[in-house]
Design a binder for this molecule. Sequence first.
Ligand code: HEM
Length: 287
Amino acid sequence: MDEKPSFWVRHEFLLRRLHSLTGLVPVGAYMVIHLLTNASIWNGPASFQAAVYQIHSLGRLLPVIEWTFIFIPILFHGLYGLVIISESQPNSGTYPYVSNIRYTLQRATGLIAFLFIGWHVFHMHGWIHSEAWRQLIDPWGGQFAPFNAASTATAAMQQSMWVSVVYVVGVAACVYHLANGIWTMGITWGLWTSPAAQRRADWVALAVGVVVFALGISAWSGFALRVDADDPQAMEAMRAVEQRMLERRLHEGLVTEEEARHKTAHRSGPRAESPEAVTSPGQAQEP
Ligand code: HEM
C-alpha cells in the first residue's frame, strides 16, 4: 500500500526556498539594521535615543510590524531550520573537510542563534507586556526601557560578566550563520554552481562576515565598554540626556504621559540602579 508523503516532503521545494529567503530578508537584513542602530550609541546617548524614538513613533503599528517582519519570519526560519537539522545526514564521505565543518557549523550556529535570540528578547524586552509579568521576571528580563534607551541597555549589558559573554557568543553565532548562509543560499537558488564561482562566493561570504561582526562588536562594546554602569555620574549624565529628550517630546505632544509611564525606567533592578535619579515624566528640568 502506498503511504502518502508527509506535509514536509510534499512541500519541501517551496519550504526550502522560503526558508532560504527569510534568512536573508527580513531576518538577516533586520539583524544588520538592528546592529547599526545599536552601534549608533557611539555617537552618544542622544543619537541612540533618537533612533529608538523613531522606531516607537510607529505607535500602535509597532507590534504589527514587529510580528510581521521580525518575530514570525524568525520563528519560521528557526523552526523549519530545526526540521532541516533533524533530517540532516552525516556527510563526511561526501564533502571535502572544510565544507563539512562549515555544514556542521551552519547547523550549530543556527541552534545557538535561535536560543540566543529567544533569551535576548526576554532579557531586553521581557516577551510580554504586562505589569504583573514584568515584576515577576525582574531583574532577569525586560531590562530595556525604550525612553531610557542608552542607560538601560548599558546597565543590562553590564548586568554580569556572563551576560556580556553570552552577547558576544550569540552575536558571533548569528553573524557566522548569516555569512555562511548567504553562501548556501547561492547553492539553493543556483547562483554559484561552478567550483570557480563557489570560490568567489567564499570571499563574498567572508567579507559579509567580517563587516557584520565588526558592526556587532561595535554595538556590544557601545553598551559593554563605552560607559561604566557602576559609575553613578556617567549613568546620571546619560539619564539626564534621556530625560530632556522625553520632556521635549511630552511638551510637543509626540508622547503621552501614559506612554511615558510605560516606557521609562521606574522599577528596581539594574536598569534603575538609582531610582531617585529617574524622575517621573512631569518632574524633569528643562536644559
Ligand atoms: C550587541 C548586540 C545587540 C544589542 C546591544 C541588542 C540590543 C537590543 C535591544 C536594546 C532590544 C530591545 C528593543 C525594544 O524592546 O524596543 C533588542 C531587541 C531585539 N533584538 Fe537585539 N541586540 C543585539 C544583537 C541582536 C542580534 C544579533 C539579533 C539577531 C537577529 C537580535 C535580535 C533582536 C530581536 C528579534 C529583538 C526584538 C525586536 C523587537 O522587540 O522589536 N539582536 N535588541
